[in-house]
Design a binder for this molecule. Structure first.
Ligand code: HEM
Ligand SMILES: *[C@@H]1O[C@H](CO)[C@@H](O)[C@H](O)[C@H]1NC(C)=O
Length: 349
């Protein structure tokens, strides 16, 4: 508790020094947010006794009281000359990732879609009952997770992110999540998700069997995500990341087929096209997306996302803030720092 108040003073000081031009709460007047029912034993509980500014912010995001997106943006502040800002290195990481994630046509690249999936496979390998795993960088570190079949296809982005880590000396766990959030906002129309740093890196591999199987029935997938504290509506929002996705290994004869007609853009076409695939066979609908889109606990939300970019972006961002903090311990949570301002600006299109 002594440590907690020290961190409060520190984080308030840094916020005051570093973010004079904050513009939080993107479009907060028009959000369509359903209040979350806090799930026992999870981050919602861990946040219970935390009264730092950042802890309260995260709590408000998870409860739907504050937006999970933010326009707060600045160039690298002069205070970085004195090393006074916890986000300094992230401005440099951000510039490096822009070169990797933004294509010449302004759309997001294969490395960007890789980073989106990588952030999920690192953080999502967790459940309420698992002693470790979560957003801990274990997939980027040397625990052999890259050789698990479910992580096939992530080798290139993993190697790329490891060289970024080596160059800038940031944490593996934070980099996996920063890279995900950089990738979504680099894709045109993608959300600018509030981005926190200060996680501890893994000390061992994530448990096996906690990532979704593309051939599982919808009920199995819903249960798997509920065990990570996501509702079926959260799951509907999260799988929308397949708006930027291609498949290589589900059907190797159709390798590199996208999951919607516009994989370089973070749009809601995915939701419509999963329900009504174009007849020319240009997209690949995953069996899991197929069954989820028709499941009674998912389909209403799925249909609501069709044609409603704003609704989806906010729901995705909110679910992602939760994803990005899975497994992060109580002692870390209160001392996290927000470095959203180091991300590039959103591309509304
Ligand atoms: C029911 C849950 C999910 C299942 C069963 C699933 C399954 C898959 C499969 C089979 C692939 C293709 C891999 C390949 O053949 O190359 C894929 C790709 C992808 N998934 Fe998911 N996924 C799920 C949820 C998510 C979530 C929550 C995210 C959010 C980040 C996500 C992001 C991606 C992305 C961005 C790709 C494309 C990667 C690339 O093109 O390199 N997926 N997913
Ligand atoms: C959804 O797809 C169908 C069939 O391709 C199309 O007729 C319809 O206009 C689309 N709706 C939206 C909202 O994009």
């Amino acid at each position: 508790m002594v440590r907690k108040s020290a961190l409060t003073v520190l984080s308030l000081g840094l916020l005051a020094a570093a973010s004079p031009a904050a513009v939080p709460n993107v479009g907060s007047g028009t959000l369509q947010l359903a209040p979350r029912v806090p799930t026992p034993g999870l981050i919602d509980d861990l946040l219970g006794g935390i009264t730092t500014e950042i802890g309260l912010l995260i709590k408000d995001i998870l409860n739907g009281l504050k937006s999970a997106q933010s326009d707060e943006l600045s160039s690298k502040p002069l205070t970085c000359l004195l090393g006074l800002d916890p986000c300094c290195k992230w401005y440099d990481v951000s510039a490096a990732l822009t070169d990797l994630f933004k294509g010449a046509n302004g759309q997001c690249t294969d490395l960007a879609r890789g980073a989106v999936r990588f952030g999920f496979h690192d953080a999502g390998a967790w459940s309420e009952s698992s002693p470790n795993g979560g957003a801990d960088g274990s997939l980027m570190m040397d625990f052999g997770e890259e050789n698990r079949p479910e992580n096939n296809g992530l080798q290139t982005i993993r190697t790329t992110l490891r060289s970024v880590q080596a160059k800038f000396g940031v944490g593996y766990a934070d980099l996996a999540q920063f890279a995900h959030n950089h990738a979504t906002v680099t894709c045109p129309r993608g959300p600018r998700i509030r981005t926190f740093v200060g996680r501890k890196d893994a000390t061992k591999a994530a448990p096996e069997g906690l990532l979704p199987d593309v051939h599982s029935p919808a009920d199995t997938l819903i249960k798997l995500f509920e065990d990570k504290s996501f509702t079926p509506h959260d799951l509907a929002a999260l799988v929308g990341a397949h708006t930027s996705a291609k498949q290589r290994f589900v059907d190797t004869a159709q390798a590199n087929k996208p999951m919607d007609t516009t994989p370089g853009v973070w749009d809601v076409e995915f939701y419509n096209e999963t329900l009504h695939p174009p007849a020319n066979g240009e997209i690949f609908v995953l069996p899991s997306d197929q069954v989820l889109s028709k499941h009674p606990r998912v389909e209403d939300e799925w249909k609501e996302f069709v044609g409603d970019q704003r609704h989806w972006n906010e729901d995705y961002a909110k679910a992602w803030v939760r994803m990005s903090l899975l497994g992060v311990g109580k002692s870390e949570l209160g001392g996290l720092k927000e470095c959203t301002r180091a991300l590039p600006a959103a591309v509304p299109v």
